[in-house]
Design a protein around this ligand. Sequence first.
Ligand SMILES: CC(C)(COP(=O)(O)OP(=O)(O)OC[C@H]1O[C@@H](n2cnc3c(N)ncnc32)[C@H](O)[C@@H]1OP(=O)(O)O)[C@@H](O)C(=O)NCCC(=O)NCCS
Length: 176
Amino acid sequence: MGKIDYHVLNENHLSLITKMLSECAPLKYAQSDTPETLQKYIEQGQLVLGLFDNNELIAYAILSMRMAEDLEEFFQKYNLITDRKEWGHVGTLLNCVVKDEYRGYGLQKYLIELRETVAKNSGYNEIFTSVHERNIYSINNLKKAGYKQCGRHHIGGEWLLFGKALEGPTCFVVQD
Ligand SMILES: CC(C)(COP(=O)(O)OP(=O)(O)OC[C@H]1O[C@@H](n2cnc3c(N)ncnc32)[C@H](O)[C@@H]1OP(=O)(O)O)[C@@H](O)C(=O)NCCC(=O)NCCS
């Protein structure tokens, strides 16, 4: 693996992402993005970050910024159960996919850190994400990065909600 560069992806990169996804084995614990879902994220102003090895796209990850008022609708839509009462504006880590042969080199960890930095620099103090309960690599990475479980939901399987305060004391409810 050479020097890894990262770039913000836009409409012009959609075919690169779909090509990368078509070269990956079917995703077991993540929903596969389509040009339509990706286009929607980009139109909504969500951040799609790509990692490149020698101009080849080898991973991408999405960061969505949610306002407190949008969260309620989001939680209802996904039947999310959390003990947490108050939510401010939070960043959300959405899909992250690393090309098969690049897995195990810390790229997901790197993409978590990059998105946290962007969220923090955009004034967001908290971040959360939802992960399939069997996605051990992602769960381990999140725990190592300081995320705590703060809820769960059921949508085609059991999903766990993990959250982290980007600065100051965490107010996420921990459910071990
Ligand atoms: C989940 C996923 C993003 C992890 O990406 P990754 O870059 O390989 O993850 P990292 O290298 O940062 O960390 C993986 C951890 O699992 C370990 N691991 C062991 N075998 C591994 C393997 N075959 N593949 C990946 N990780 C492996 C790594 O060593 C590392 O642990 P460590 O820090 O203790 O060494 C990647 O497997 C993937 O794209 N999966 C399909 C899509 C998906 O499920 N996305 C997650 C949505 S939340």
